[in-house]
Write a protein that binds this ligand. Structure first.
Ligand SMILES: Cc1ncc(COP(=O)(O)O)c(C=O)c1O
Length: 368
């Protein structure tokens, strides 16, 4: 089976983890701090705070900026569940806004309409590894006095006008789940230039302990371990190389699939560096996407749908607010998107093989 995503683990990664296991210091410590320092340096931010996963990184980013009951937070309708569920966890209410169909990021015109007197923050998601239109998002945020929390879970290394995503807003959340640009197994981080926000994230991830067994905030245990951080540190040394590999494989797909009128291929805006955490195409035609996925599965090619149900139709988010004019584009995306295999360990011939299967299917050369 050609897998849709897979972690890329080297002997150096394994050695780094084993070294921590042998050291006896398994909980967050010096290795964790080194990972934070290197991550902050890579992103060009003052602080990176390692946490247990990307979900809590989102939650803590918002908490650290003071988001809470009575507030609204604008999020795109088409993203992973956690972008909106974490807003509810802070006590605020998510307001769901439609997306742009070329980048799959928040529709900035609709964003402007969704801002109310209660809006405290906006969460642009750099979905699939392509940055959101941050000039517009930051412009609106400045005008309306909003915090910007970037959801960078899928976009470590992506750039907006030459700057790394995660360094553009007030705070940013990263995920190091095994399908992401780098992995720590489970893990995440908050990036910020704000000393006060970084301090609060550090407190809240560790039961609000200002000093040992002295608690000034009602936090949780949301810490990363040294074992995870060792893997992250080792992976971070290769992030550029792994992202370049993804970009190279994506270029092959783009060339191979360019002549198929039924497909909408990923775009890379002039201001963007796409890191292709996912290579997600849109397959036009009623039900064609699902038939293509089934055809590929029978030919030992795994695909995935990111995401089959937009947030406004998620039962757990029934109390979210839907912005005006939401969510035609998001509905369309959920019916037609399909992620093809792309990860650094994939061979070029695999990409050509998958492309051939897609071409055969769409040109009617193969039927189910
Ligand atoms: C866009 C987005 N936001 C947030 C998350 C949450 O990250 P994690 O799975 O590490 O909790 C993910 C990861 O799946 C994601 O893709």
């Amino acid at each position: 089976m050609i897998r849709v995503s897979a972690p890329h683990i080297t002997n150096d990664d394994i050695r780094a983890v084993v070294e921590v296991l042998r050291s006896g210091t398994l909980a967050f410590g010096r290795v964790g701090e080194e990972f934070e320092k290197e991550l902050a340096r890579y992103l060009g931010v003052k602080h990176a705070v390692a946490v247990a996963n990307g979900t809590v990184a989102l939650y803590l980013s918002m908490k650290a900026l003071g988001v809470g009951p009575g507030d609204e937070v604008v999020v795109p309708d088409f993203t992973f569940f956690a972008t909106a569920s974490t807003v509810f966890h802070t006590g605020a209410v998510p307001v769901l806004v439609d997306i742009e169909l070329d980048t799959y990021s928040i529709d900035v015109e609709r964003l402007e309409e969704a801002v109310s007197d209660r809006t405290r923050a906006v969460v642009p998601v750099h979905l699939y590894g392509h940055p959101a239109d941050m000039d517009s998002v930051l412009g609106i945020a400045r005008e309306r006095n909003l915090y910007v929390v970037e959801d960078c879970a899928q976009a470590l290394g992506a750039e907006f006008r030459g700057r790394k995503v995660g360094s553009l807003g007030h705070a940013a959340a990263f995920s190091f789940y095994p399908t992401k640009s780098i992995t720590t197994g489970e893990g995440g981080a908050v990036a910020t230039d704000m000393d006060s926000a970084a301090d609060l994230v550090r407190l809240l991830r560790n039961h609000g302990q200002r000093s040992r067994y002295y608690h000034v905030e009602l936090g949780w245990n949301m810490r990363m371990s040294n074992i995870e951080a060792a893997l992250g540190l080792s992976q971070l040394r290769r992030v550029e190389e792994m992202n370049e590999r993804r970009r190279k494989l994506a270029r092959i797909y783009l060339e191979e699939l360019s002549a198929l009128p039924q497909l909408r291929l990923p775009v890379e805006k002039s201001w963007a560096k796409h890191v292709y955490n996912l290579f997600t195409i849109r397959v036009e035609g009623e039900g064609v996407r699902d038939k293509l996925a089934e055809f590929l599965r029978r030919n030992n090619v795994e695909t995935a749908i990111h995401y089959p149900t937009p947030l406004h139709r998620q039962p757990a988010l029934a109390n979210a607010k839907k912005a005006r004019n939401c969510c035609e584009a998001s509905e369309k995306a959920s019916k037609h998107v399909l992620s093809l295999p792309l990860h650094p360990g994939l061979r070029e011939e695999d990409v050509i093989h998958v492309s051939k299967l897609v071409k055969n299917f769409l040109r009617g050369g193969s039927s189910l």
